[in-house]
Design a protein around this ligand. Sequence first.
Ligand code: FES
Length: 103
Amino acid sequence: MMSGFVAIATTGELAPAGMKRVVVDGKRLLLCNADGRYYVVDEMCSHEEYSLYLGCIKEGRIKCSLHGSYFDLATGQPTCDPADEPIRTYPVKIEAGQVWVEV
Ligand code: FES
């Protein structure tokens, strides 16, 4: 295995603002395409057990559709209430036409 990185999608697979749910090492993760930049974060919101896959991506942030918190995709930090805990983010790289994540 290449230093812990796992391929989770091809680079053309996600439309702008598209998301893909993946499970790596038993963790539920969300791959997000934010204006051509790829981010991987925990799938579940830090506020309650609710999937961020049901939300949407806007200007580098992901919105939880249950109570409306936004999280910065680069840092995982919430940018508005009610969530006050960050979601986890994971290193991503693009190589050989694939998106890779390190968990
Ligand atoms: S569950 Fe996401 S903001 Fe409440």
